[in-house]
Design a binder for this molecule. Structure first.
Ligand code: CP
Ligand code: NVA
Length: 314
């Protein structure tokens, strides 16, 4: 086992901020290898006999299926645990849940609301904890995004990335991912929907180490001008359903459409973590058009997370 693999063994994945550029590159390299092996039918059962518990307090298509399938392909097993079925739903604390699950399984993936709950689970579990989305962050998504961008562009450092829309969980993890990998990110959000200022400060500190630039704007045209990669997400995230109508009005000028992307680089890529709302945050013309790589991106959730599992649960 090389030094970086050793550093990753037994670690939690709570935020990309906690990982070095070298560690992220190692994860992406293994993700590429595992993808190739899967396509070539080469067995890669790196987690034989290991079990992943998956706690879901929010809905999921991609995260659930890619983690569960990924564990199976690695020779292991995954348990789907909805919070409503666990004693967690009846008031057992996250600490005791972590202590107990950590005695049974080799890793825990959790999708929930508060980032603090994921951190508490990690504090009490002896098994590594993987953040499968919180209100604050979505690190696994951005590993898949980085893998996708590198596949299509052949590099990461120096690329110009634009985020348009809500300064949300996916945006926050993208800020860390770009900062760590030396990519220049311009974020355009309506006033009042800007990224969290503590996350921005931490991402700026990461960026200072790699020469990346992070720019926070309100003008989507300024953010997408000359962009190599354009990324957006839904205007109302899970848990914000009651704000949907109000958000539709505020975000209307932030729709990613052909007019906005006329200013992007001629060979720009379009990414969206999915699920998408065509006609809201992005037009069908763009998400179903020739620059869109959203289904490669969705596929890469499988490969990137298999790399994370193989390294952390090794
Ligand atoms: N992108 C993503 O996390 O999708 P799911 O909500 O379907 O898991
Ligand atoms: N920002 C979205 C991402 C879904 C994968 C949400 O949190 O609902």
């Amino acid at each position: 086992m090389n030094q970086i693999a050793k550093q990753l063994q037994g670690r939690d994945l709570l935020s990309l901020h906690d990982f070095t550029p070298q560690e992220i590159t190692h994860i992406l390299d293994l993700a590429d290898t595992l993808k190739q092996q899967r396509k070539q039918g080469v067995p890669h059962e790196l987690l034989q006999g290991k079990t992943l518990a998956m706690i879901f307090e929010k809905s999921s298509t991609r995260t659930r299926v890619s983690f569960e399938t990924g564990m199976y392909q690695l020779g292991g097993h995954a348990l789907f645990l909805s919070a409503a079925d666990l004693q967690l739903g009846r008031g057992e604390g996250i600490g005791d849940t972590g202590r107990v699950l950590g005695r049974y399984v080799d890793g825990i993936m959790i999708r929930t609301f508060a980032q603090q709950d994921v951190e508490e689970l990690a504090q009490y579990s002896q098994a590594p904890v993987i953040n499968g989305l919180t209100d604050l962050l979505h690190p696994c998504q951005i590993l898949a995004d980085l893998q996708t961008i590198r596949e299509h562009k052949g590099r990461l450092a120096g690329l110009k990335v634009a985020w348009v829309g809500d300064g949300n969980n996916v945006c926050h993890s993208l800020m860390f991912g770009c900062a760590k990998m030396g990519m220049h990110l311009s974020v355009a959000c309506p006033p009042g929907y800007q990224p969290d200022s503590a996350i921005a400060a931490a991402a700026r500190a990461d960026a200072a180490e790699t020469g990346a630039e992070l720019t926070l704007l309100t003008d989507p045209a300024a953010a997408t001008a000359g962009a190599d990669v354009v990324v957006t997400d839904v205007w109302a995230s899970m848990g914000q359903e009651s704000e949907q109508q109000a958000r539709m009005k505020v975000f209307a000028p932030y729709q990613v459409n052909a007019g906005l992307l006329a200013g992007a680089a001629p060979d720009y890529l379009f990414l969206h973590c999915l699920p998408a709302h065509r006609g809201e945050e992005v037009t069908a013309e763009i998400i179903d058009g020739p620059h869109s790589v959203v289904f490669d991106e969705a596929e890469n959730r499988l490969h990137a997370q298999k790399a994370v599992l193989a390294l952390l649960l090794a």
